[in-house]
Structure formats: structure tokens, C-alpha cells
Design a protein around this ligand. Structure first.
Ligand code: ATP
Ligand code: MG
Length: 137
């Protein structure tokens, strides 16, 4: 079993798409091991996306991610990291395959509805950013 961190980003929360995204997650066979709604501070978003701090989109990305509440989840499944990224689709919704979450609910490369960890080490540190071990089912 593998765990990944998933986020429903502020655009999808404010558009009323939490439920539709959770339905896809459950129907795809992920176990939701942890779930919280949080409002990230700007500093909190900067800490979360620290690997991108030198990228030109860092300022906009962290402003967006702290612009409203997000839903953070620890998802559990075999090959959860890759399977969640497949369900989300490509980073840019315009490039994402038909039927993927970013294609359905994203509106731009920045406002792309969901986040997913990209490797086991980042999944572990991202889950720890939001959840204490004892909180996970
Ligand atoms: P995430 O980490 O959010 O799951 P990702 O792994 O597909 O997305 P990353 O390269 O890690 O993509 O980029 C992190 C986030 O930064 C993207 O989800 C997107 O919101 C934003 N981003 C990435 N590239 C750009 C860009 N060229 N312009 C604006 N925003 C971008
Ligand atoms: Mg990433």
C-alpha cells in the first residue's frame, strides 16, 4: 500500500466541486486515510511549494493557494501516487486527457483544481505537512 497527498485547490472548492472530486476518488478505489479543510496562509503555501521557490510562477501560485480554503487528503491505494496523478491528468488542463479531473474542473495551468505528490519522498513530507501520524486511519 502507498499513500499520496491530494489537495482540492481553492478554485475547485469555490466552484462547488469538492463532492464531485471526492466521488471520483472513492469510485477509483482509493481509501481516504485523512481529510481536512484548511485555509493556508501565504507563508504556509510558500512552505508547501518550497521546491518551486525560484520558479517565475511561485508568487502567483502561492497567492492562489492561499486565496481560499482547500481540502487536503491522504489517499491510500496500491501505486497511489501514480494512480492519483493519472486521475488528475496533466498539469495544464488544456493538455489533460478527456475525463481527467484537471480537464473537467481546471481552468488554467495555475488554477488546475487538484494537487498530487510526485514521488514517495515528497508524498511522505507533504502528508506530514498537514497530518500527524496518529490522525491517519
Ligand atoms: P502539483 O504539484 O500541484 O500536483 P504538478 O506536479 O502537475 O502539480 P508542478 O510542476 O509540481 O506540477 O507545479 C506545481 C503547480 O504550480 C502546478 O499544479 C500549477 O498550479 C503551478 N504551475 C506549474 N507550472 C506553471 C506555469 N508554467 N505557470 C503557472 N503555474 C504553473
Ligand atoms: Mg508537483
Amino acid at each position: 500500500m502507498e499513500r499520496t497527498l491530494a489537495i482540492v485547490k481553492p478554485d475547485a472548492v469555490s466552484a462547488g466541486n469538492i463532492g464531485k472530486i471526492l466521488k471520483e476518488i472513492e469510485e477509483a478505489g482509493f481509501l481516504i486515510a485523512g481529510l481536512r479543510m484548511v485555509r493556508l496562509s501565504k507563508a504556509g503555501a510558500e512552505g508547501f511549494y518550497a521546491v518551486h521557490r525560484d520558479r517565475p510562477f511561485f508568487e502567483n501560485l502561492t497567492s492562489f493557494m492561499s486565496s481560499g480554503p482547500v481540502v487536503v487528503m491522504a489517499l491510500e491505494a496500491e501505486s497511489a501516487i501514480g494512480r492519483w496523478r493519472t486521475l488528475m491528468g496533466a498539469t495544464d488542463p488544456a493538455q489533460a486527457e478527456e475525463g481527467t479531473l484537471r480537464r473537467r474542473f481546471g481552468s488554467s495551468i495555475e488554477r488546475n483544481a487538484t494537487h498530487g505528490s510526485d514521488a514517495p519522498e515528497t508524498a511522505a513530507s507533504e502528508i506530514a505537512y498537514f497530518f500527524r501520524g496518529v490522525e491517519l486511519g
